[in-house]
Design a protein around this ligand. Structure first.
Ligand code: MCN
Ligand code: CUN
Length: 796
């Protein structure tokens, strides 16, 4: 084996050699991360800072009878103890969620999920704050808990949300899309109909860094600074402004480095509000940071969809229609973040990558005594659930028709000349070449060879499975005419300033949580104006330093902020062209652009670089008529449509016939995210997402007992994959640029998490063919696989 030092350097490892613009390039942010110098919220130490700890409810459903804080208050290091009743006096006991519901900051009337915030203590140090929690005496009147989403709407179920006016059941919302009658007509006539019940269990993003905040209120100038783990600093600021009645310019949100978000850091949590209240009341900076179990039990979960899917087709495998009925468990408060018009997120793309005649989906969302959330964990606004549904259904159909699952998919793909393609639920897929992407995956995997190997192994009684999944995502929310969160349009600002010496700073409204924006946004600018990425600083995460925009989730940074960055750079280049025409004494039309300089048409020796132009723009010399000094621009980009990345995934598993343990042996992922800004970063995103997918398919689940106790409150109980459980990923790419995005890029940050779970499950079910198994629910733990092999696919 070669040592790390001896190993040949790859072409992208030396950033100085890197061509200006798109391409492989090491991440600019990594030197500080790999030296342990990241700046996370818990690293912050402010003078006089106090520490906040939260008392959480030990049970899932209970009326609050009394609460005695006197012993805690008497603790020598305790500065403040606050209960829900105290917050209620200030009108702060409840806060709005990003889905137009309300959520308790601290319990005033009733506990609605285990781990809910009941009171908080502020003390001189973290340990004293925690100790004092034990001194708070709370009396609860325990109520029966609503745990099973299937019975939550029974009239006998206790009503969880009796805080809402006139609420007499646990119904949260209904939503439907597509044409029910047209779909029924197609189903009624179809030669083949296959239906399947499936559960996408509750999972949790479990970022390495938990959530936390330091609130610092300056009573002299009335300025509140909140350092916090947020993926959407501007959206959070506006919400705090509305809740606290403070003007936005008196609130500064600063998200430093974030140790993974994965959607967990989109919502506003009671802890943030508690920290703010504590700083207002004590006049001191106050820090609150969750521990692992608080993060797993009380913050935004993902999925929790109980789905019935139906697929209609002809005998020879032409898919005609898809239909589904979904029960969605939203927990105790509707705390998910999704565009207002899409309460079930973008589940509407459940028609997948196929050309259908009709489609219809109906969703019923209910409240249960579980933690709130819903849209998290690389969900692409519920496309994860949609892709799982349709890709499992297609495999069930293939099984029914005894057709190869790849051949069935290829037969039904939307064809390249059908784009832009309007789905039966009204989404306009922008571009793609699905068959080419599928065939590239088959080539890398040697699909035919794999099937031969499988046949030989079956002869010998070995259980090898090959699983396919093909997905189309809709990412980059979104056109403001039909997408907003709490009335805030989903556009994004961007500002670019080129300094006199030709160095630049770009300010973006999106927020990196590990996706490498400091690198890729510098590359986007570099590609457009030819300044090397090393000379471009990317500023994000500070509302005082960046323009308004809705932040990073739903893989929207590249589709929206990335487009804004390209366009703002073009604006700067347009101005640079005018200045260059003055410097070279020719008309604007007589200039040609080479990345980084303008030259006179036909005479490359007469040229000026972007750095020369920047100096002239700020210098003492004359500028062309009507041109102001300086070289900068700003923009707000409102996307015309979403972008539609897609991909073909092939998973190979071996199942041990004696233990039912699943081993993922190979995983081939071919992604098409349009123009690729930094292929190395894309591969990193895909690797991470594939690990997520293996985790969800085989190991991860937040389970509850019948009393609503969370059984996934630690990483001993909530299993996430390590390097030992995942194979060496084999990645590939096709490139179909998005026609409406200025550089043709589509989002990719969630693609692999969305696309991989069905590939793994399809592979396991394929391995179990000799047992006649058509479906088994995730996570496919050895006991569930064993049950399926014994003919009991649904665990009791
Ligand atoms: N990229 C690229 N070329 C493209 C598309 C993207 O080079 N055609 C690069 C981008 O420039 C960016 C990265 O890939 O550096 C991801 O881009 P994008 O798809 O726009 O996604 P976002 O940046 O908006 O990231 C959000 C997405 C989401 S919603 C979740 S959840 C998730 C994910 O990113 N959370 C992550 N990946 C994560 N990766 C890390 N390390 N940590 C998280 O919390
Ligand atoms: Cu849904 S998880 Mo990402 O959109 O932050």
């Amino acid at each position: 084996m070669t040592s790390l030092q001896d190993r040949p350097r790859t072409e992208f490892e030396d950033n100085d050699q890197h061509p200006v613009g798109h391409g492989r390039m090491l991440r600019k942010e990594d030197p500080r991360f790999i030296r342990g110098k990241g700046r996370y919220v818990d690293d912050l130490q402010l003078p006089g800072m106090l520490h906040l700890a939260i008392l959480r409810a030990p049970m899932a459903h209970a009326r609050l009878v009394s609460i005695d804080t006197s012993a805690a208050q008497a603790h020598p290091k305790v500065k403040l103890v606050v209960t829900g009743a105290m917050l209620a006096e200030k009108g702060l006991a409840w806060m709005p969620t990003l889905s137009n519901d309300v959520q308790a900051v601290l319990v005033t009337d009733k506990v609605r999920f285990q781990g809910q915030e009941v009171a908080f203590v502020v003390a001189e140090d973290r340990y004293s704050a925690r100790d004092a929690l034990e001194l708070i005496d709370v009396e609860y009147d325990v109520l029966p808990a609503v745990v099973d989403v299937r019975t939550a709407l029974d009239p006998s179920s206790p009503v969880i949300r009796d805080d809402l006016d006139g609420k007499t059941d646990n119904h949260c919302f209904d939503w439907e899309t597509g044409d029910a009658a047209a779909t029924e007509a197609v189903f009624a006539k179809a030669e083949v109909v296959v239906s399947q019940d499936m559960v996408y269990p509750r999972v949790h993003p479990a970022p390495m860094e938990t959530c936390g905040a330091v609130a610092d209120y300056d009573s002299i100038d009335g300025q509140l600074t909140l350092y916090c783990t947020t993926q959407a600093p501007h959206a959070h600021r506006t919400l705090y402004a509305i809740v606290a009645g403070l003007p936005e310019h008196k609130i500064r949100i600063r998200a430093g480095d974030i140790g993974g978000g994965f959607g967990n850091k989109v919502p506003i949590y009671p802890g943030y509000v508690c920290a703010i209240v504590a700083s207002l009341l004590t006049g001191k900076p106050v820090k609150w940071v969750e521990d692992r179990s608080e993060n797993l039990t009380s913050t935004s979960f993902a999925r929790d969809y109980v789905m019935r899917g139906e697929i209609a087709a002809t005998k020879d495998g032409k898919i005609l229609a898809v239909r589904t009925n979904v029960l969605a468990d939203h927990g105790a408060f509707n705390g998910q973040a999704a565009p207002v018009k899409y309460p079930a997120g973008f589940f509407g793309v459940f028609t997948g990558s196929y050309d259908l005649q009709a489609a219809y989906a109906k969703q019923t969302a209910v409240y249960t005594n579980k933690a709130p959330g819903g849209v998290a964990y690389a969900c692409s606004f519920r496309i994860t659930e949609a892709v799982y549904l349709v890709e499992r259904l297609v495999d069930c159909l293939a099984d029914e028709l005894k057709m190869d699952p790849v051949a069935l998919r290829i037969k039904n793909f939307i064809q390249p000349d059908q784009f832009p393609y309007t789905t039966k639920t009204g989404w306009i897929y922008d571009s793609g070449n699905y068959e080419a992407t599928m065939r590239e995956a088959m080539r890398i995997a040697d699909y035919d060879g794999l099937r031969r190997e499988q046949a030989e192994k079956r002869e010998r009684g070995e259980l090898m499975g090959i699983g396919i999944s093909f997905f189309t995502e809709a990412v980059g929310a979104g056109p403001r005419k039909d997408m907003d969160i709490l009335g805030l349009g989903m556009a994004d600002g961007c500002e670019l300033r080129v300094h006199p010496t030709g160095k630049a700073v770009v300010r973006v409204s999106c927020m990196s949580q590990g996706q490498g924006h400091e690198t890729t946004f510098a590359q986007i600018i570099a590609e457009e104006i030819g300044i090397p990425p090393a000379d471009i600083q990317v500023v994000n995460g500070d509302t005082d330093q960046t323009p308004f925009g809705l932040g990073t989730y739903g893989s929207r940074s590249t589709p929206v902020s990335g487009a804004a960055a390209a366009l703002v750079a073009r604006k700067v280049r347009d101005k640079a062209r005018i200045i260059a025409s003055g410097m070279l004494e020719v008309s604007v039309a007589d200039l040609d652009w080479d990345k980084g300089s303008f030259h006179v048409k036909g005479d490359p020796t007469k040229s000026v670089t972007i750095q020369d132009i920047a100096m002239r723009a700020h210098g003492a010399g004359d500028l062309p008529e009507g041109v102001e000094g300086g070289l900068e621009a700003q923009i707000c980009y409102n996307p015309e449509n979403l972008t539609y990345p897609n991909g073909a995934y092939i998973c190979v598993v071996d199942v041990d016939p004696g233990t039912a343990v699943v081993k993922v042996r190979r995983f081939v992922a071919v992604d098409d995210c349009g123009t690729r800004i930094n292929p190395m970063i894309i591969e990193g995103q895909v690797h991470g997402g594939l690990a997520d997918g293996v985790g969800m398919a085989l190991m991860e689940m937040i389970a509850f007992d019948e009393d609503g106790n969370c059984l996934g409150g630690s990483l001993m109980d909530y299993l996430i994959p390590t390097a030992l459980e995942v194979p060496d990923w084999e990645t590939g790419a096709t490139v179909t640029p998005s026609p409406h995005h200025p550089i043709g890029a589509k989002g990719v940050g969630e693609s692999a998490t969305v696309g991989s779970p069905p590939a793994v499950v399809n592979a396991v079910i394929d391995a179990l063919t000799p047992f006649g198994v058509r479906h088994a629910d995730m996570p496919l733990t050895p006991s569930r696989v064993w049950d399926a092999m014994q003919g009991h696919p649904h665990p009791p």
